[in-house]
Design a protein around this ligand. Structure first.
Ligand code: ATP
Ligand code: MG
Ligand code: MG
Ligand code: MG
Length: 565
C-alpha cells in the first residue's frame, strides 16, 4: 500500500472558530467555516482551505470514476466564452441577470459559462462528421459562474461553483434514451458512494414537449426545493411537476404558445426585488392577467407588496392586485406556466380569453411580460393547458392516492433530455448511414460537485460538528496528542505507521492547546475515527473512538493500528 501523507495540524493553514459566522443561515455554512474548510471571499465566492479541498477532491474523484465507467470522456473547455454561440441559441438574452457578461479590451462581448451546451455542441460539430463518430458522452468538472440573486446559503449556492457537466450526442431518439439511462445509473452510484440520502424526482411533466428531465434531490432543511414524497409508493416529484399530475386541465381547444423569444424576461428574483419581498417559494405561482392595458399581479396568500413598486416595474401598465381566491370569481384572470430556467425556451400556455397585449406571471423560475401583437390560435399551436397550483401536504399521490408529504431538499443533480434544440440552433448534423445528414439529439447532465460537499455536511452533521462518510472524509483517522511531549511523540509515531500502511492521517500535534480543545476540534472537523494518545500513552495504550456513534475503547497501540489498516 502506498504511503499516505500525514497532515499535521500544527502546520495546517486553517483555524477552527468557536462561533458561527455572523452571516451564516444554514448548518453547512456554519460548520464548514467554523471547522476551517472554507472561507468567504465575497458574496457567493469561496476559497477552499486544505481540508475542504481534500473533501472536494474526493467528491470529484468519485464523480470522475463513475463518469469514466459509463464511457464518458473527460475534456476541459474554457469558462470564458464568446457571445456568438449563446446569441445563436438565444441564451445570451434569455439567461437574464444570472449571466456574468463582460467585455474584452476591444469591446467584444464575453460571458463566464453558467453551463456549456453551446460550446459542447460546437465541439462535436467540429470533431464529428459521421454517424460512426456517435454516440459520444463528453464531460468536464469545471468552475461555473452564475450571478445568483441570493447567494445566501454558503457553498450550497455559490456565484462561482464547481459542477460536473456532461453532454450526450446521439443520432436517434433511442440512443438519447440510452445515454440518459446511463447517466441516471451513474448518478445513482455517485450519490450512493458519496453517502448521500437522495430521491430521484420528475422535474418537469409532459408540458416540456416530451423531453424528459429528472432531479436528484437530497432531503435537508436547508434545501431550497420543495418536493412531494409518497409514503406508500416510490412516487416523488418536485412540487412544480406534481401540480401537473394533480390538476391536468382538458386540453381541447385551448391554444398555447411556445418558444417565443423573450429578450427582456426578468427573473423571479428581479421581480421580487422590485416588489420588495424575498424571492422565496411563496412567490411561486404568481398570477397575472392583462385586460387591455391592465396588468394584474397576484400574489397567493396575503403577502404584502409595495404596489407602487409593482406599477413602476410594469409601467406604463396599470397594476391591480389579485389573490388566489379571485380566480374562482373573475373570468378575466388566467394562469400560465413557464418552463425550467435556461434549459428550454420559455413556453407559454395561454388561455383563449387572453387578449393580445397580454402579460402574465407564473411559475417558479421566470416572470414574463408581453405587449405583443400575438394572437392565440393564430401564432401559437394548440397544446395542452396546464393549471399550476400549489401542492398541499396530504394531496393525493397521482399513482396510488396516498396523502403526499412535502419536504425540503437540495438539488444535487439534474439530468435532461434536450432533444434537438441546441443542434437545431447551431446546425449540428452528421452524415447518416444513407449518406444524408442527420440532426443530432442531445442530453445534458449536471452534478453540483461543490454543492454536494455542503449537502453532505447538512445531512451528516450532528450537534458536535461535521461527520463525514468515509469515502469523502479529509482523512481516515484523526490522531490527537492529548498531553505533553510523551503523548505527542506517540501520536506522531502512530501517525507515521498508519501513513506507511496507506491510511490518511490528520494529527493534532499542536503545542499549547489543551486536550479539551483538541477533542472539540476533532469532533467539529468530523474525520470518521479518532485515535487519542492520552493518559495511558506511557503504557503504549491509546483510545480509539468512532466519531458518529461516540463508541470508544482503549487498546494497545499495535492493535489500534491493526484495526485501522
Ligand atoms: P438551482 O435550482 O438550485 O438554482 P439549477 O436547476 O439552476 O439549480 P442546473 O442548471 O440544473 O442548476 O445545474 C446542475 C447542478 O449544478 C444542479 O443540480 C446543482 O447541483 C448545481 N448548481 C446549480 N447552481 C448552483 C450554485 N449556484 N451553486 C452550487 N451548485 C449549483
Ligand atoms: Mg439555478
Ligand atoms: Mg433547479
Ligand atoms: Mg436544475
Amino acid at each position: 500500500m502506498a504511503n499516505a501523507p500525514v497532515q499535521r495540524m500544527s502546520q495546517l493553514m486553517a483555524k477552527t472558530l468557536r462561533d458561527d459566522p455572523a452571516d451564516a443561515e444554514v448548518l453547512s455554512h456554519k460548520l464548514l467555516v467554523r471547522a476551517g474548510y472554507v472561507r468567504r471571499t465575497a458574496a457567493g465566492i469561496w476559497s477552499w482551505l486544505p481540508l475542504g479541498k481534500k473533501v472536494l477532491a474526493n467528491v470529484e474523484r468519485i464523480v470522475r470514476e463513475e463518469m469514466d465507467a459509463i464511457g464518458a470522456q473527460e475534456v476541459s473547455l474554457p469558462a470564458l466564452l464568446p457571445r456568438e454561440p449563446y446569441e445563436a441559441t438565444g441564451r445570451w438574452d434569455e439567461y437574464g441577470a444570472e449571466l456574468f457578461r463582460l467585455k474584452d479590451r476591444k469591446g467584444g462581448d464575453y460571458l463566464l459559462g453558467p453551463t456549456h451546451e453551446e460550446i459542447f455542441t460546437l465541439l462535436v460539430k467540429d470533431q464529428a462528421s459521421s454517424y460512426k463518430d456517435l454516440p459520444v458522452i463528453l464531460y468536464q468538472i469545471q468552475t461555473k459562474f452564475r450571478d445568483e440573486a441570493r447567494p445566501r446559503a454558503g457553498i450550497l449556492r455559490g456565484r462561482e461553483f464547481l459542477m460536473k457537466d456532461s453532454y450526450s450526442f446521439d443520432t436517434a431518439d433511442e440512443g438519447l434514451a440510452e445515454s440518459y439511462a446511463l447517466h441516471r445509473q451513474a448518478y445513482q452510484r455517485i450519490f450512493e458512494r458519496l453517502g448521500l440520502d437522495y430521491r430521484i424526482c420528475a422535474a418537469t411533466a409532459g408540458a416540456m414537449g416530451g423531453s424528459k428531465s429528472e432531479e436528484f434531490l437530497a432531503p435537508a432543511e436547508a434545501g431550497e426545493d420543495t418536493f412531494a414524497d409518497c409514503p406508500h409508493c416510490d412516487f416523488a416529484a418536485n412540487t412544480e411537476a406534481i401540480s401537473y399530475a394533480l390538476k391536468p386541465v382538458d386540453a381541447t381547444g385551448v391554444p398555447a404558445a411556445e418558444d417565443i423569444d423573450t429578450p427582456d424576461t426578468p427573473t423571479i428574483e428581479t421581480l421580487a426585488a422590485s416588489l420588495g419581498v424575498p424571492a422565496s417559494a411563496t412567490l411561486k405561482n404568481l398570477l397575472v392577467k392583462v385586460d387591455g392595458e391592465i396588468v394584474a399581479v397576484g400574489v397567493p396568500g396575503d403577502r404584502e407588496v409595495d404596489l407602487d413598486k409593482v406599477e413602476a416595474h410594469f409601467a406604463p401598465a396599470v397594476v391591480e392586485m389579485v389573490t388566489e381566491a379571485d380566480f374562482a370569481t373573475r373570468p378575466d384572470l388566467v394562469r400560465g406556466y413557464v418552463g425550467p430556467q435556461g434549459l428550454e425556451k420559455v413556453r407559454y400556455l395561454a388561455d383563449p380569453r387572453v387578449a393580445p397585449g397580454t402579460a402574465w406571471i407564473t411559475g417558479a423560475n421566470k416572470v414574463n411580460t408581453h405587449a405583443r401583437n400575438v394572437v392565440a390560435g393564430r401564432d401559437f399551436e394548440v397544446d395542452e393547458y396546464v393549471d399550476v397550483v400549489v401542492v398541499e401536504e396530504g394531496d393525493p399521490c397521482p399513482n396510488c392516492g396516498t396523502g403526499l408529504k412535502l419536504d425540503r431538499a437540495i438539488e444535487i443533480g439534474h439530468i435532461f433530455q434536450l432533444g434537438r434544440k441546441y443542434a437545431d440552433a447551431l446546425k449540428l448534423d452528421v452524415l447518416g448511414q444513407n449518406g444524408k445528414p442527420v440532426r443530432v439529439t442531445m442530453g445534458s447532465y449536471g452534478v453540483g460537485v461543490s454543492r454536494a460537499v455542503a449537502a453532505l455536511a447538512e445531512q451528516s452533521a450532528d450537534d458536535k460538528g461535521l461527520c463525514w462518510p468515509k469515502e469523502v472524509a479529509p482523512a481516515d483517522v484523526h490522531v490527537v496528542a492529548a498531553g505533553k511531549a510523551l503523548q505527542t511523540e506517540l501520536a506522531l509515531d502512530v501517525s507515521g505507521k498508519l501513513a506507511a500502511a496507506g491510511v490518511r492521517v490528520l494529527v493534532d500535534d499542536r503545542a499549547g492547546v489543551s486536550p479539551g480543545v483538541k477533542f472539540t476540534d476533532a469532533e467539529l472537523i468530523g474525520v470518521p475515527r479518532i485515535l487519542v494518545a492520552g493518559r495511558r500513552a506511557g503504557e503504549g495504550v491509546v483510545e480509539l473512538k468512532d466519531r458518529r456513534t461516540g463508541e470508544r475503547e482503549e487498546l494497545p497501540v499495535d492493535e489500534a493500528i491493526a484495526r485501522l489498516t
